[in-house]
Design a protein around this ligand. Structure first.
Ligand SMILES: C[S@@+](CC[C@H](N)C(=O)[O-])C[C@H]1O[C@@H](n2cnc3c(N)ncnc32)[C@H](O)[C@@H]1O
Length: 473
């Protein structure tokens, strides 16, 4: 069956934010749909296993949480699939998605019922922006976003979810790219130099760190970096990352997963302030998109940390959670595979005078050494892995530490639910969960789960363990 209009009533959410109509044959993913609302849709890609449709209008009453998306590029860009719902509609949709993920592993009774809102609201909350560089249909250079389901770069001049300073910086880069005749990279022809521009703004200081992602080195980037710092007082530093990989990946990670960069202009890092901690963040470092929500998570985490317990923070990045834990508990040990992130975290520990230590290495490889070091101490373990969740062997390694408590923070409820299911099978008990609106207008959500260890009553360890540095072999 070809393209057509149809009347359907979606029944559930899909992880990427479309509303799924499972009654249709084949099931339909409806862009801008809302489960429970009967609507006229245009089926633009009928498909064999799943069709794709676009909401046209509600056939009876519009859903009570439906709003006109407050962005005229809503459907063209596709970066904010839930902008067609008000805050309450988004809140309950996000909790529905997490509940469905938890239900897959029999954990629906433990799914969070509370979602902490983004303190910066639904607009202007993004302090990290990743702009694609390409060409318009007329061949003019363009700085914007990949379009919904395409690899064409679309312009997003009024993007409401990034901060106003990032928006201004995007316009400045777009003008300079034209003025300085910098060619956008074309992956098909393998011509041109500039692929992406990544910018982070510190919520605390307002300063920007810019990373130009080039297909190769070029003197053009030095000119662009100089002009950017001269034109925008908010730009603290400009760096270059060279990504020679085919395809459309943003970065080409080094062997340890780090993003190598070279400084072209200005500072090596900007400083973010979260929960009273000063965190230097460099180009290529991972740090949360929404620092105000990162602060909520740290504050909540602190409440679950008993005094005088040894805290092990796995997947510690630039160290925000480790530092908060060390400040509260008297000592914490972070583990992170990216060496530059560990160096940043060590610097932050000294900047904040907090007794946190950091080890470089793969979690699964470092855990046995931590076990020897903490022997008999029943630590508290914090994990905040990447989207794929815990690697094979990590749960065994955590169990061997006999933790009294485990806090699992994740941006992917699907892998988190899988891992929580495995942890419950191994004797852990879920005692608390809470969701956080880290990414308003999208189906993405951050979830914190607190578990008690299989060993029964928690015992706090009285003193921090002997200092000893474990290095990656
Ligand atoms: C979601 S980030 C969490 C960062 C940090 N907890 C924070 O709040 O900013 C996941 C981190 O895990 C690191 N990572 C990924 N796989 C790892 C592994 N197998 N062993 C150690 N670290 C890993 C990544 O480099 C990244 O810094």
């Amino acid at each position: 069956m070809g393209r057509r209009d149809d009347v359907v009533t979606p029944d559930s959410w899909m992880p990427r934010g479309e509303a799924l109509c499972s009654d249709s044959h084949p099931p339909l993913a409806v862009w801008q749909g809302i489960p429970g609302e009967s609507c006229l849709v245009h089926v633009y890609a009928p498909g064999n296993n799943r069709g794709l449709a676009r909401w046209e209008k509600a056939v009876r009453q519009p859903h009570p949480h439906r709003v006109d998306p407050p962005c005229e590029r809503y459907s063209v860009c596709g970066g904010c699939p839930w902008m067609h719902m008000d805050a309450e509609g988004q809140r309950s949709a996000r909790l529905d998605l997490v509940r469905a993920a938890y239900a897959e592993y029999g954990l629906q009774a433990h799914a969070p019922t509370e979602l902490r809102a983004s303190p910066d609201g639904l607009a202007g909350y993004r302090h990290l922006a990743k702009f694609a560089v390409g060409r318009s249909d007329r061949g003019n250079p363009r700085v914007g976003a990949f379009g919904r389901s395409t690899r064409n770069v679309v312009s997003i001049p009024d993007c409401p979810v990034i901060t106003p300073v990032l928006r201004e910086a995007m316009h400045t880069v777009a003008h300079l790219v034209i003025e300085q005749d910098i060619w956008p990279y074309d992956p098909e022809k393998q011509k041109g130099v500039l692929r992406y521009v990544v910018m982070r703004q510190s919520r605390a200081t307002g300063k920007l760190l810019v990373t130009l992602v080039g297909a190769r080195k070029s003197p053009k980037f030095e000119d662009l970096a100089l002009a950017l710092t001269q034109k925008l007082g908010s730009v603290a530093g400009v760096h270059l990352h060279v990504n020679r990989s085919p395809g459309n990946a943003l970065f080409e990670a080094g062997e340890d997963g780090g993003i190598p960069t070279v400084r072209l202009e200005g500072d090596r890092h900007i400083e973010e302030h979260v929960a009273g901690l000063r965190l230097p963040i460099g180009a290529g470092d991972f740090f949360q998109t929404n620092p105000a929500v990162a602060e909520l998570i740290i504050r909540d985490l602190e409440e679950w940390i008993p005094a005088d317990v040894a805290v092990v923070d796995l997947y510690s990045g630039v160290g925000g959670l480790s530092l908060a834990a060390a400040r509260r508990a008297g000592w914490a040990l972070g583990v992170e595979v990216v060496e530059t992130a560990v160096n940043r975290a060590r610097g932050a520990a000294s900047l904040n005078s907090v007794p946190a230590e950091f080890l470089v290495g793969e979690v699964v490889e470092v855990l046995p050494e931590i076990r020897r070091r903490l022997s008999g101490r029943q630590p508290m373990v914090v994990v905040n892995p990447a989207r794929r969740g815990l690697e094979p062997g990590v749960i065994d390694g955590i169990l061997a530490l006999a933790p009294q408590r485990l806090v699992y923070i994740s941006c992917n409820p699907i892998s988190q639910a899988r891992d929580l299911g495995a942890l419950v099978e191994r004797g852990f008990t879920v005692v608390h969960t809470r969701a956080y609106d880290m990414f308003p207008n999208t189906p993405h959500v951050e979830v914190m789960a607190v578990l008690s260890g299989p060993g029964g009553a928690p015992q706090a360890s009285a003193r921090p363990p002997r200092r000893r540095v474990v290095r990656k072999q």
